[in-house]
Design a protein around this ligand. Structure first.
Ligand code: MSP
Length: 501
């Protein structure tokens, strides 16, 4: 049996989740559900990044005396949000957990044994917002951090350094030999340029900080948050605590990350792994950023949206569909309620919802359904696009293909006019075949929607009277005509009712 291990970034707990975070989490959820459908032993990991300075700042701002209490409370907010959004993660890692701390210490020691950690003086700039080190030329004209527009701290302290520059050649050769490693293509070029021109040793500890994981054998230093956070992908599957589990699931098939953190994932992280003697993940896929009504998502500018608010009105499947259909994964995009609402009307209420309710209504009084061959080839072609686009994380292409199938179905109904056939006794054979074919097309669409719109898929199977459908073997279920019982068509409450907002 194949295994599939997919991760999201672990999220900072200095704030609540917004739709930007839901975007990456939904994408990972879609991949996880697809691989479960294929029968792969799947682990879908998400979690929270808790040892950051910015979390200490946020605790203070929220008048919380104890940082641990603060991160406990906020981590719960993230977990509850994903639960409410129906996210199917198998594990949730927190970097303040023991299993993580133990693994990080072991990892540090491995890197130390490789001779890649040395003590040195760090003099430079640090942005708490990014939790990243900067040099003067990275800053804006006003000497601010380009992302957070805040003044970076000036640091001058003794730190431990990681010999990142030593790995330049090895990293470049790995990227060259494994074109799949960094996706999409444009990001690969960006990373290659960065590694070729800017790869310097990095400070991996901070002096005299109370919050964070202590450096083994040196209590005066804490481990730099990125060096600690990246290791979550290992510690969640047992690195340092459960070798059997670790050997089964590592390396991850894919890390999904935002384009802003690609250098950490495609330069620092693989170099850390090479140094510690651990295999590299198979793929890092960077998605783009999206704005809200053309503006950066920002709490201070009032441009932020809690995904739970949208779900209350539109339902979670609509939000999942919209984000994946509207913004090609890997590219940048814009989010607006107008676009969401317009896609709800056109693609979901009029498109998908209408097709399904039409077929169900037409077939509901018919009990002699016969599956014809009219859709066989288009359904097979759609599955081929489906598998290919899932593998390349081109989720919008999958959805486009499903919606093409829907429009073929709509045309078929118009052409065959089953309501005319119904009036003519002598054409009952033809009617049975037209309706049986349509019902089978709806069952196939139900399967195609499972990873993207799991609730809708279930409603479809219920309406067709296939309550056990999802427990079937997918490789058989996706074959045209392989339904194992006659449908017993049930009444369908509109899946996407008209909204009056
Ligand atoms: N804690 C680090 C990740 C450590 S992973 C070992 C971090 N956390 S974050 O909470 O700031 O961001 C998490 C992810 O959310 C990033 O991948 C980031 O790209 C993504 N997004 C944040 N804002 C976003 C948008 N506006 N649009 C799309 N994704 C966005 O970075």
């Amino acid at each position: 049996m194949k295994k599939f291990y997919v991760t999201t970034p672990i999220y900072y707990v200095n704030d609540r989740p917004h739709i930007g975070h839901a975007y990456a989490t939904f994408a990972a959820d879609i991949l996880a559900r697809y691989h479960r459908m294929l029968g792969d032993e799947t682990i879908f990991l998400t979690g929270t990044d808790e040892n950051a300075e910015k979390n200490v700042e946020a605790a203070k701002k929220n008048n919380e005396q104890d940082v641990q209490d603060y991160v406990d409370r906020m981590s719960a907010v993230w977990q509850i949000t994903w639960d409410e959004l129906g996210v199917s993660n198998d594990d949730f890692i927190r970097t303040t957990e023991n299993r993580h701390i133990q693994g990080v210490k072991k990892f540090w020691e491995k890197v130390y044994e490789s001779g890649d950690i040395y003590k040195g003086k760090y003099e430079g700039l640090y942005c708490i917002g990014c939790e990243a080190f900067y040099v003067q030329s990275d800053l804006t004209e006003d000497e601010l951090c380009p992302i957070h527009k805040r003044k970076p701290e000036v640091l001058a302290e003794e730190n431990y350094f990681f010999k990142l520059s030593k790995y330049r050649g090895k990293l470049l050769s790995h990227i060259e030999k494994n074109p799949e490693f960094i996706q999409p293509e444009t990001r690969r070029h960006e990373v290659i340029n960065y590694i070729s021109d800017h790869l310097n040793d990095v400070s991996i500890s901070r002096a005299n900080k109370q919050w964070g994981i202590k450096v083994p054998n040196d209590n005066t230093q804490t481990i730099y948050v990125w060096f600690d956070a990246l290791i979550n992908y290992l510690t969640a599957v047992g690195y340092g605590t459960n070798d059997g589990y670790f050997n089964k699931y590592w390396p991850a098939e894919i890390h999904l990350v935002g384009k802003d953190i690609i250098k950490f994932h495609c330069a620092l992280w693989p170099a850390m792994l090479m140094s510690a003697g651990v295999d590299l993940p198979k793929k890092v896929f960077a998605h783009g950023f999206f704005t809200i009504d053309g503006q950066k998502i920002s709490k201070s500018l009032g441009k932020t949206i809690d995904p739970r608010d949208l779900v209350e009105t539109y339902g979670v499947d609509t939000l999942r569909y919209f984000l994946m259909r509207e913004i090609p994964f890997g590219g940048d995009g814009d989010f607006s309620i107008e676009r969401l609402s317009s896609r709800y009307d056109s693609d979901l209420a009029n498109g998908l919802g209408n097709y399904i309710s039409r077929v169900i209504a037409l077939a509901s009084d018919q009990n002699q359904l016969v599956i014809g061959q009219d859709f066989k080839s288009i359904v097979e072609k759609t599955w081929a696009v489906y598998d290919k686009s899932m593998n390349s994380c081109e989720f919008h292409m999958v959805l486009e293909a499903i919606w093409r199938l829907l429009s073929v179905g709509d045309r078929y109904i118009e052409e065959k006019k089953p309501w005319v056939l119904k009036k003519d006794q002598s054409r009952s054979q033809e009617l049975n075949e037209v309706l049986g074919t349509l019902v089978e097309s709806v069952r196939q669409i139900g399967w195609m929607l499972i990873p993207f719109m799991p609730n809708t898929a279930l409603k479809i199977f219920e309406a067709l009277g296939y309550s056990e459908e999802t427990t079937r073997d997918f490789s058989e279920a996706r074959i045209w005509g392989s339904q194992n019982s006659q449908p017993k068509i049930n009444k369908l409450t509109p899946i996407f009712p008209r909204l009056t907002i």
